[in-house]
Design a protein around this ligand. Structure first.
Ligand SMILES: Cc1cc2nc3c(=O)[nH]c(=O)nc-3n(C[C@H](O)[C@H](O)[C@H](O)COP(=O)(O)O)c2cc1C
Length: 390
């Protein structure tokens, strides 16, 4: 049995991923922004809460299905957008789409994905949602929206949490960009790192280096190399969305629109007024700033501001089934995971990605039964004690 199949927790998968990935990549995932405090705080925010079980309730079989935008999914969680995933594992996006299809979970394909929109939508036509940042010109942004619609995608996720290009101290130190890969200038310092992680390095060399950003390749000049596409992407990817963009995208996109990356209650309310069908509370998994509050700390306040009916999604720091329950109890309708499936896929490809999903799903159903909840609707604020009350 492969080591990933023996993993019992997401932390086990994380350890396996850290062993396989070179340091310049794993530090980038682990530290994210600044000193890495944002990632840690997202996880710590969950530890402020404890569960309060109810007894003598009929709990079997536990039913975690959730309806979102008129479609039924199998659980309380989906897989969130991760850009340039091919650096963790070749065919990262395709693997996650397959796993999401089999598990019937929503899968948000990143607007900076290594795979193309069309490829992933073909793999998981019912589960794929598309995430958009926006590009330098409206023309390019609109073309991506059109491609998502033509590919049959029904949910668009507009990420709005990067007003400027994010900084990573790890990337500044190593000089290695996730999209373009190492250059000869930084190669000497990476040489030992690569030698210490032979499985990743062999894979990298066998496939000819960093994969091309297929999502952006059609926009770069014809015949562009991987590096040229990466540079085109870096020059043309613009993250400074404003309310005008939300309103413009709302006009263009006929399907469900999710605005991802807000934490302030007033911003969430305004997104709903601008026509969003759902809001995702997210601080980009701590990648935005190291000194932000945990994403979970916003949840009750945002729920109070937007009222009980608007769809509210949450991500940031989810590593256990109980985290999903805490988020649900505090007001989330649905949650998303980022690192949990990065760890699984990096550690063991498709088997590892599936293991990450199974670990969370098994832990979720176990914990729901233990607190006396048979369905998601049974999880209430009373099942959780601790911290923030609006
Ligand atoms: C390495 C990495 C890359 C990411 N890339 C994107 C992206 O391209 N688009 C996006 O909207 N969010 C992106 N995110 C944020 C995730 O979608 C999600 O909000 C976050 O990972 C959730 O936190 P968690 O990792 O603790 O589960 C990325 C996160 C990580 C860690």
């Amino acid at each position: 049995m492969a080591a990933v199949e023996r993993a019992v927790t997401i932390e086990d998968l994380r350890q396996l991923a850290l062993r396989r990935l070179p340091d310049f990549i794993s530090r980038y995932v682990e530290q994210a922004a600044g000193d890495g405090g944002g990632v840690k705080r997202n996880i710590a925010a969950f530890r402020q809460y404890q569960l309060v079980p109810r007894g003598l309730v009929e709990v079997t079989p536990v039913d975690t299905t959730t309806e979102l935008f008129g479609r039924k999914y199998a659980s309380l969680f989906g897989i969130s957008a991760v850009g340039t995933g091919g650096i963790y594992r070749r065919h990262f996006d395709e693997i996650l789409a397959e796993v999401a299809r089999e598990a019937n979970l929503p899968y948000i394909l990143s607007g900076s994905a290594s795979a193309s929109i069309e490829t992933v939508a073909r793999i998981a036509p019912e589960q794929t949602w598309f995430q958009l940042y926006g590009a330098k010109t409206d023309e390019l942004t609109d073309h991506m929206i059109g491609r998502a619609a033509d590919a049959g995608i029904k949910v668009l996720v507009l990420t709005v949490d990067y007003p400027i290009r994010p900084r990573s101290e790890v990337v500044e130190r190593t000089g290695v960009s996730a999209a373009a890969g190492p250059t000869l200038r930084n190669f000497p310092s990476l040489f030992l790192d690569a030698l210490r992680h032979p499985a990743w390095t062999a894979d990298y060399l066998r496939h000819g280096g960093i994969p091309k950003l297929e999502s952006w390749a059609p926009y770069a000049p014809p015949g562009s190399s991987t590096k040229e596409v990466a540079h085109f992407y870096v020059d043309n990817w613009v993250c400074n969305s404003t309310w005008r963009d939300v309103e413009r995208v709302r006009q263009l996109w006929k399907g469900a629109l999710v605005v991802k990356g807000l934490v302030h209650p007033d911003d969430a309310s305004r997104a709903v007024q601008a026509g969003a069908d759902a809001v995702t509370i997210s601080n980009h998994g701590g990648n935005k700033l190291d000194c932000m509050q945990g994403a979970l700390d916003s949840l009750v306040f945002v729920r109070k501001a937007i009222g009980p009916k608007v769809r509210l999604f949450f991500d940031g720091g989810i590593r256990r089934g109980s985290d999903l329950i805490v988020a649900k109890a505090l007001g989330a309708d649905h949650c998303f995971i980022g690192r949990a499936t990065i760890y699984g896929t990096a550690a063991g490809g498709r088997t590892g990605a599936k293991r990450a999903v199974d670990i969370l799903q098994n832990d979720l159903t176990y914990t729901m039964a233990m607190i006396g909840c048979r369905t998601n609707a049974d999880v209430t604020r009373e099942h959780v004690t601790g911290q923030a009350t609006p």
